[in-house]
Structure formats: structure tokens, C-alpha cells
Design a protein around this ligand. Structure first.
Ligand code: 9UX
Length: 72
């Protein structure tokens, strides 16, 4: 089963930030796809819930130097 979650992401100011956050999220095992949007300051992630949690994904955003918001 594939699930999808959208996080707010604070601290992105240029297109390279977007690429950094996408790479960080996509490096997490269980992540299928990550799409990061600078205009809406958000990241939408498809993932396998049996393998990875939204909390773990948020941690990868934080580790890359950006600030994830709790998904709704
Ligand atoms: Mo752009 Mo983002 O010069 O951390 S990569 S601001």
C-alpha cells in the first residue's frame, strides 16, 4: 500500500534548496517519490508505510537543514 503525506517545509529560499530537500527525502528507504514546491513551501511524499513513517521523513528534512511542519 502506498500512502501520501504533505509537509510544510520552512527555510527554503532558492531552487537549490528544493533540490536538496528532494534528494534528502528520496534517500530515505521506503520513499517512492518526493515533490517539493518552493512557492507553497511544502513537500508531498509518496511512501510505503510498512517501511517508513512520516516522522522519519520529517527527520530527513530537518537533517538537511530545513524545518518540517507537522502534516495535517
Ligand atoms: Mo540557495 Mo538554499 O543559494 O539552503 S540552496 S538558499
Amino acid at each position: 500500500v502506498l500512502e501520501s503525506v504533505t509537509f510544510g517545509v520552512g527555510g527554503m529560499t532558492c531552487a537549490s534548496c528544493v533540490a536538496r530537500v528532494e534528494r534528502a527525502i528520496q534517500a530515505v528507504p521506503g520513499v517512492i517519490e518526493a515533490t517539493v514546491n518552493l512557492g507553497t513551501e511544502s513537500a508531498t511524499v509518496s511512501y510505503l508505510p510498512a517501511t517508513v513513517s512520516p516522522e522519519r521523513i520529517a527527520q530527513s528534512i530537518r537533517a538537511a537543514g530545513y524545518e518540517p511542519a507537522t502534516p495535517e
